[in-house]
Design a protein around this ligand. Structure first.
Ligand SMILES: NC(=O)c1ccc[n+]([C@@H]2O[C@H](COP(=O)([O-])OP(=O)(O)OC[C@H]3O[C@@H](n4cnc5c(N)ncnc54)[C@H](OP(=O)(O)O)[C@@H]3O)[C@@H](O)[C@H]2O)c1
Length: 296
């Protein structure tokens, strides 16, 4: 069993979780739609993650849709007290697997109830409001109306804590004027570092930053520097990518996604890797090389 407690923990609002968690999105069928290709392995991945000490699982009822929450429930309910399940709302899936915004009060309310029912919970631990942005990343615009609705659902006792996903720093600031947020979930990894300033500022305020696509997402990261470092230290490139994120800032919580038991074990073992300063500097070059002129 992997001692991934070595990665330490960080607060997710009133809860404290291990910094290496698990993202469940990869358990659905192709395009995050429909059932898993191997249902028994999907259930085994969830059970092994928790048995190995994972106490933070990221999900959404729009994964599948419904499929992944139902798998989580089948694999893990009744949930251990220490497990924090973080879900997200703000989209619905079309029959063609499309992702469509669903931000009206009625849609958000129904999404919260879908998550409660499919996860088998009376109250959701953490709900992220996920914005569509421009399709690639966040885009500016007020989040007041939908986030106020979410805060009202929290006040009704359906949700313990709130977060934001795919948002700009202005939207984070606007959200924090409406309600307390405990986490931000945005696209970030070794090669995609638009959120560097946000991570540091959230760290100063004790708010968790949870990168999605920590391994590069549907096309895992490929870099000769990453491969060279991995070879030198006797790890895999994906383990180095996760170790780099763990050392990036103490408020970074990881939710690498996998449908494979072997990859799950490999990813959790990344907690034991300590990268020396000069190796971090070398890896930092990957993000600098890929940085767009508009990024900062
Ligand atoms: N808020 C949002 O908008 C948003 C968007 C995307 C994702 N998310 C959340 O973030 C989590 C993480 O993102 P993600 O799953 O999309 O991307 P990811 O963690 O960056 O990468 C997942 C991909 O890497 C592969 N992989 C995982 N471990 C590996 C290993 N050790 N070696 C080689 N390949 C490996 C997986 O394939 P295998 O299955 O074959 O291992 C999969 O193709 C998701 O699960 C989801 O919960 C949130």
């Amino acid at each position: 069993m992997t001692n991934h407690k070595a990665a330490n923990s960080f607060s997710l609002g009133e809860r404290t979780v291990n910094r290496l968690g698990y993202g469940a999105m990869q358990l659905a069928g192709p395009g995050v739609f429909g059932p898993p290709k191997d249902r028994n392995t999907a259930l085994a991945v969830l059970r092994e993650a928790v048995a190995s000490g994972v106490d933070h699982i990221d999900t959404s009822d729009f994964y599948g849709p419904h499929v992944i929450n139902q798998l989580i429930r089948e694999a893990l309910h009744p949930y251990p007290d220490e497990l924090v399940i973080v879900t997200k709302i703000g989209a619905v899936r079309g029959e063609d697997a499309s992702w469509n915004p669903a931000m009206t009060p009625a849609e958000l309310t129904s999404a919260v109830h879908d998550n409660l029912r499919n996860l088998g919970l009376g109250v959701l631990d953490v709900v992220n409001l996920r914005f569509m942005g421009d399709g690639l990343g966040p885009s500016e615009g007020s989040i007041e109306a939908p986030f106020t609705t979410l805060a009202e659902l929290q006040q009704q006792g359906l949700i313990r804590q709130l977060g934001l996903s795919n948002v700009t720093s202005a939207q984070i600031a606007e959200g924090r004027r409406i309600a307390e947020i405990v986490c931000v979930q945005n696209h970030y990894n070794l090669a995609h570092r638009d959120d560097d300033a946000s991570i540091d500022s959230l760290a100063g305020d004790g708010i968790a930053y949870v990168p999605f696509f920590p391994l590069g997402g549907f096309t895992p990261l490929q870099s000769s520097t990453l491969s060279d470092v991995a070879r030198r230290i006797g790890a895999t490139p994906m383990q180095v990518a996760l170790a780099w994120l763990l050392q990036r800032s103490p408020n970074v919580l990881l939710i690498p996604g996998t449908s494979s038991l072997g990859h799950l074990r490999e990813n959790l073992a990344a907690a034991e890797i300590e990268l020396p300063g000069e190796t971090i500097a070398e890896l930092d070059g990957i993000g600098k090389a890929g940085r767009s002129p508009a990024a900062h």
